[in-house]
Design a binder for this molecule. Structure first.
Ligand code: ADP
Ligand code: MG
Length: 238
């Protein structure tokens, strides 16, 4: 089995079927980017992997363990949201360490992990600030820091750069690639931005209508799209 294995996964809200029979294998350490139009079910899929939603049917397994019924805190996943979701009354240090403090990790370990993450994210001089005193890019780095200190086996990113201006988005893409290179952790990333997807992805998953249209390396999708939707989405002339 692959590192992360999704089999016959379906999700409906009442009678509305959002995800239809998703099958996908992700290898350890891969940077996998999901793209597709708004409403096609990208966020719902991430939320099921991290445990914020329950599948209607099918299975999600990580390292040979089906996680459908595993407590979200024990899945080894960490999600970064578009909205940052920082606590305004807490400092950067407190925001980054929040999850570790809740799980009552030793103080020395907390400090060590926060300092390590802050160094990677260039937040080391900002640990005493409150979110209101940070730029958009710095806030998003804090949100990423909060995920890093949990040392997850999978990072889940849900359109993390959508709220940033164009220039900063380009810079943050480079930082995310650097982070991936440095940590080697499996990353699952959602965006509706084709350029972002082509830049970041080892593998790309093109979705529409709750189904996977094609899965593969960005260049292979560009050179050999399975259908017109994929061709249009990756900008292929075919
Ligand atoms: P995407 O992230 O690709 O834009 P989502 O996964 O957020 O799409 O949503 C897919 C569809 O499922 C949308 O039509 C959305 O309205 C619907 N949906 C998502 N969450 C819920 C929910 N909790 N209850 C009802 N419908 C939902
Ligand atoms: Mg979404």
């Amino acid at each position: 089995m692959a590192f992360l294995e999704i089999k016959s996964l379906c999700k409906s809200f009442e009678s509305y079927s959002v995800l239809k029979d998703i099958d996908l294998s992700i290898e350890k350490g891969e940077f996998v980017v999901f793209v597709g139009p708004s409403g096609c079910g990208k966020s719902t899929l991430l939320r099921m992997i991290t445990g914020l939603e329950t599948p209607t049917s099918g299975t999600i397994a990580i390292e040979d363990e089906v996680i459908n019924d595993v407590d979200p805190a024990r899945r080894g996943t960490a999600m970064v949201f578009q909205s940052y979701a920082l606590y305004p009354h807490m400092t950067v240090f407190q925001n980054i360490s929040f999850g570790l403090r809740m799980s009552r990790k030793p103080k020395a370990l907390i400090r060590e992990r926060v300092e390590k993450a802050a160094a990677i994210l260039r937040l080391d001089k900002l640990l005493d600030r409150k979110p209101a005193q940070l730029s958009g890019g710095q806030k998003q780095r804090v949100a990423i820091g909060r995920a890093i200190v949990r040392e997850p086996r999978v990072f889940l990113f849900d359109e993390p750069l959508s709220n940033l201006d164009a220039e900063l988005r380009v810079q943050m893409r480079a930082e995310l690639l650097e982070l991936h290179e440095r940590l080697g952790t499996t990353m699952i990333y959602v965006t509706h931005d084709q350029v972002e997807a082509m830049t970041l992805a080892d593998k790309m998953v093109v979705m529409s209508g709750g189904r996977i249209q094609q899965y593969g390396r960005p260049l292979d999708l560009y050179d050999d799209p399975d259908n017109k939707f994929v061709a249009g989405f990756v900008g292929s002339p075919k």
